[in-house]
Design a protein around this ligand. Structure first.
Ligand SMILES: [Zn+2]
Length: 272
């Protein structure tokens, strides 16, 4: 086990071979183990964060994600995805937990302008799950003994700490590139305009320039560098970009209540 772990660690940090990492990760952490881990972490996260009480909003996010998930299951079957909106208008973030749990903060929905932007973010996070990035990172960081212990019902002191760090996890550039690749592939397959992801990051960048306040964990863990944008544009050429939908009207209708409730909190954002 240790031998594999060392190899996993080495390949995660030294080489750019995503396939090797994925195969090693698969050998170390089965889908079943990953989902058990995810269930534990999700319980920790949901005990600390406030899940948004609006069922229609929750159902809406589920609907946006459904066609993306359908495509993701072709690359990694046997995962049960579970998507929830966290009620925190100040957090501009979304993150994936091993085993298929995805969380989107209401703060992110408040600055998005159409469904394609949200679909782009969700598809990218789904890409991290398909690529097993988080599970592999945890195995390398904390060791398999601890992770297996968690799935067996042992609740180590680190459980809360591990769950807490998932919302701000930083991945290698290779992992990010891979998540972008899956993200563009799934948004295009689901008939969304893949420019949504680029537009969202461009907006964050602009806001960062015009405001001194912190724009949150998503910006920090996903800096919208020129290199990243170029990579996404290349992927769009590969997977196709014509005819994708933005669904602006549908998005604005579904999030109208959210916007009304937080209009004062976000009056400084200069929205149109
Ligand atoms: Zn990412």
């Amino acid at each position: 086990m240790n031998y594999f772990l060392t190899l996993l660690l080495l390949t995660s940090t030294l080489t750019s071979c995503a396939n090797v990492r994925r195969q090693l990760g698969q050998a170390l952490i089965t889908d079943e183990t990953e989902m058990k881990l995810g269930t534990k972490f999700a319980a920790e996260i949901e005990a600390k964060e406030k899940i948004h009480p609006d069922r229609r909003l929750q159902a809406y996010i589920q609907r946006v994600a459904t066609p993306l998930i359908k495509n993701a299951l072709q690359d990694r079957p046997n995962i049960e995805y579970n998507i929830k909106v966290i009620d925190d208008p100040k957090q501009i973030n979304a993150f994936a937990v091993p085993g298929g749990f995805l969380y989107v903060y209401s703060g992110l929905l408040l600055i998005a302008e159409d469904e394609a932007e949200i679909a782009g973010i969700l598809a990218h996070e789904i890409g991290h799950i398909v690529g097993r990035h988080s599970a592999n990172q945890l195995a390398a960081q904390f060791g398999m003994d601890l992770l297996v212990g968690i799935t067996l019902g042992e609740d180590p002191l680190q459980l809360g700490q591990i769950a807490g760090q998932l919302s701000g996890a930083r991945f290698s550039r290779d992992d990010e590139n891979e998540a972008d690749r899956y993200g563009v592939k799934y948004t295009v397959a689901a008939d969304y305009d893949p420019r949504g992801l680029i537009d969202f990051f461009a907006k964050l960048k602009q806001m960062k320039n015009s405001r001194s306040s912190d724009l949150g964990k998503l910006f920090a863990s996903h800096p919208p560098t020129g290199e990243r944008i170029k990579h996404i544009e290349k992927l769009m050429l590969k997977y196709g970009v014509e005819g994708g939908e933005r669904h602006r009207k549908r998005f604005l209708q579904a999030t109208a209540g959210l916007r009304r409730a937080h209009s004062s909190a976000h009056s400084g954002y200069g929205r149109k």
